[in-house]
Design a protein around this ligand. Sequence first.
Ligand SMILES: [Zn+2]
Length: 174
Amino acid sequence: VSTIGHLFVASAASRYTLPRTPLRTLVAWTAVLLAISILPDIDLVLPKFGIPDTFTLGHRGATHSLLAALIVSALVTLVAWLTHFPPWRAALGALASIGTHSLLDTLSPGPGIAWLWPFSTQRLPTFPILPIAPVDHLFSRYGLSQLAAEAFVFLPFLLIALIPRRGEDPGTRP
Ligand SMILES: [Zn+2]
C-alpha cells in the first residue's frame, strides 16, 4: 500500500476515536494520526539524508516492526494523557493508524517486513493482493491506474471518515 491507503484508514480511525469534539481538536488529532500512519515509510527518505540503510535495515525494516508501532503509539498516548485527552481513545486511534501500516504492507507487493526487529532481522513474507501506487513513477499511465485502484479499494475508509452520522453536529467534522 502506498500513502493513500494508510491515510484513508487513519482518517477513519480519527473519526471513530473522536466522534464528538471541537473542530480544532479533531483537525489536530486527524493530523497526528495521518502523520503516524505513514511514518514507517520514513525509511524511504532517510537514506537521502545520509542515514545509512544499516540503521533502518532498508525499506520495510526496523520502522515497520511491531516494536516501532508500539513505541510510537505509546508516545502518542502519553502526550494525549498529558494534554487531558482520553488516553484509551488515543491508544486505539494510534494503533489503528500506525499498527495497520505493516499489516496493509503485508498485503501489497514489495519486500518482506521485519516485524520482529530488533529481536530478529528476518523479514516475514508478504501476500500481495492489494494494488500499490508506485511512488517513483506515479504519473505514468500504470502509476495512475494503480493509484486509482488503491483509492478505490480504500474508499470505504474515507467514506466512514467523511459521511455525517445522524445526530452529529456537522460543525465537528473535518
Ligand atoms: Zn510501509
